[in-house]
Design a protein around this ligand. Structure first.
Ligand code: G
Ligand code: G
Ligand code: MN
Ligand code: NA
Length: 254
């Protein structure tokens, strides 16, 4: 209750920020894009991470409005990123489940792209199972409209839900993000190796790309590469960075 009021005030006072965590293409070693991650610059408590507020925000009546702002801000920021070695960087945006209840979601995404000038192919929408599991046909329709525009779609936290495999079948996407719970103990765990190897095989058979998150060591990268993973994201490369810091990080990779 109190947190909900605080979140409304924070949104009104522009205390939300997007930070960007780089994603690395394993074949070239170069950055391929970044995931936008929400932060709350609290006047007294400092910079707050999503764990402190994201669940309350997702349930709040302001979730759709904040989600629209996140889309607009991420597209604006990404439109200003440099072309790196001839390649344009993608930006990954997480959606709140409530945004998927809105039949105008695709219109809002179109508007964010048009206002920023970001090409549709540089936007990636990250879906979780909670969002995709709706069985009223809205998810299918929305997904189809996004892909028709060349907007990319990925499954976030892949493998952690109850219906990961049936979703692939029903709602085809461009790529899956292997959840960091499978990456954490990858080097020492036969079970996690089997899971990650299996996910990349399944993805390959669906013509989908694979990105692994939570990558913290070079040993993990070697295994992921061997298993056929295409991209990686994690503290080994960088944590999520404030927009200007991310641009400096990019310049240093060029
Ligand atoms: O940045 P951090 O790893 O602490 O984020 C934790 C989780 O919070 C993310 O995995 C994601 O599920 C959620 N999250 C972060 N930023 C956003 C955002 O901009 N929108 C939505 N809907 N969820 C986010
Ligand atoms: O799945 P989600 O979109 O919530 O993932 C992003 C979250 O993962 C962010 O909150 C970020 O802080 C966290 N994260 C990113 N890279 C790493 C990493 O290498 N290790 C760990 N433990 N967490 C990470
Ligand atoms: Mn995500
Ligand atoms: Na995730």
């Amino acid at each position: 209750r109190h947190l909900d009021l605080e979140l409304r005030r924070a949104f009104r006072d522009s205390e939300f920020e997007l930070h960007y965590q780089p994603q690395i293409d394993l074949a070239s070693g170069l950055p391929s894009g970044a995931e936008a991650l929400l932060r709350w610059r609290h006047p007294e408590r400092g910079l707050l991470m999503p764990v402190a507020f994201i669940e309350a925000l997702a349930r709040s009546a302001i979730a759709p409005a904040v989600g629209t702002w996140i889309l607009q801000q991420a597209c604006r920021d990404a439109a200003g990123w440099p072309v790196l070695h001839g390649r344009r960087l993608k930006v990954g945006v997480n959606l709140f489940p409530a945004q998927f209840n809105d039949l105008a979601l695709v219109d809002k995404i179109d508007a964010a792209l048009a206002a920023s000038g970001l090409p549709a192919a540089q936007l990636e929408i990250e879906l979780t199972e909670t969002i995709a599991l709706r069985d009223d046909g809205v998810a299918e329709k929305t997904l189809l409209q996004l892909r028709k525009r060349g907007i990319r779609v990925s499954y976030d936290d892949f493998g952690t839900g109850h219906a990961s495999l049936s979703m692939l079948h029903r709602l085809p996407v461009d790529r899956v993000k292997i959840d960091r719970s499978f990456v954490r103990d990858l080097v020492g765990s036969r079970g996690d190796k089997a899971i990650v190897r299996s996910i990349t095989l399944i993805a390959k058979n669906f013509d989908m790309q694979v990105i692994a998150e939570g990558v913290e060591s070079a040993d993990q990268v070697e295994l992921l590469r061997e298993f056929g993973c295409h991209e990686v994201q994690g503290f080994l490369y960088s944590r999520a960075l404030a927009p200007q810091v991310f641009e400096h990080w990019l310049a240093a990779q060029d």
